[in-house]
Write a protein that binds this ligand. Structure first.
Ligand code: 13P
Length: 255
């Protein structure tokens, strides 16, 4: 189901006490904002050791939800250091970010592995937030649509209709992540519309209209309203600005 949604990706930041302090501030700052017809669903994605504590600090049954930043592709077993989707669900996670460019780049996660992770997450009842996005040289050589089209076809469109229905897509141009160089609202809209068109082709028009597509990459309290006003932009996947309660609350109110 398509909806307004703002997710905070805390990445590898904050100790346990720091995370608890921040989530308390976010809940205080955002609770009044998180009502009304346009109010987004809010997903907080802390690092693994903070998940349970942060989840406990979120008001239950409302707009706030808990998400993880990654999961393993198997349910359990001899995979030292890994965390399974089932474990995430057992501490209250509803969402999991998959395919983030930082994991594609630094951890060499490819479409085949991401396909396995998607299936495993869905089997455990988690809702994937699946990231796509092009590097700068791809944009500069006018290959953005080809690149994103391939990421969608190879990474995502192997899912059944029922599986795809659980997926949120995040368009995160790599050149905009953590750089302060946000995509213009027109650039974001253009790619979001392209993604929706490709979904319509792979599934059908109704599935495309029902898909939530987020923008990520230097989105902040100043530019969120302009980005979210675009017809195919349903919210944001927020990095740096999600670590500041007041900024994150402003972003939540930017619909
Ligand atoms: P920034 O908002 O810090 O650019 O990060 C975006 C991002 O990667 C969210 O997943």
């Amino acid at each position: 189901m398509r909806k307004n949604l703002v997710a905070g990706n805390w990445k590898m930041n904050l100790t346990y006490p720091e995370g608890l302090a921040l989530v308390g501030e976010i809940v205080n700052a955002a609770s009044s904002a998180a009502t009304g017809a346009n109010a987004p669903e809010i997903v907080i994605c802390p690092p693994f050791p903070l998940l349970h504590g942060v989840g406990q600090a979120l008001p239950q049954g409302g707009k706030f939800h808990l998400g993880a930043q990654n999961c393993h592709q198997k349910e359990s077993g001899a995979f030292t250091g890994e965390v399974s989707p089932k474990m995430l669900a057992s501490v209250g996670c509803e969402y999991v970010i998959l395919g983030h460019s930082e994991r594609r780049q630094y951890l060499r996660e490819d479409d085949d592995l991401l396909g396995q992770k998607l299936k495993a997450a869905l089997a455990a009842g988690l809702k994937p937030i699946f990231c796509v996005g092009e590097p700068l040289d791809t944009r500069e050589s006018d290959e953005t649509f080809n690149f994103i089209g391939k990421q969608l076809a190879d990474g995502l469109f192997h899912l059944s209709n029922e599986e795809f229905d659980q997926v949120t897509i995040a368009y995160e141009p790599i050149w905009a992540i953590g750089t302060g160089r946000t995509a213009t609202s027109a650039q974001a809209q253009e790619v979001h519309a392209f993604i929706r068109e490709r979904i319509a082709r792979a599934y059908d028009g109704k599935v495309a209209l029902d898909t939530t597509i987020l923008y990520g990459g230097s989105a902040n309290a100043q530019n969120a309203r302009e980005l979210f006003s675009q017809p195919d932009v349903d919210g944001g996947l927020i990095g740096g600005a999600a670590l500041k309660a007041a900024d994150f609350a402003t972003i939540i109110q930017s619909f």
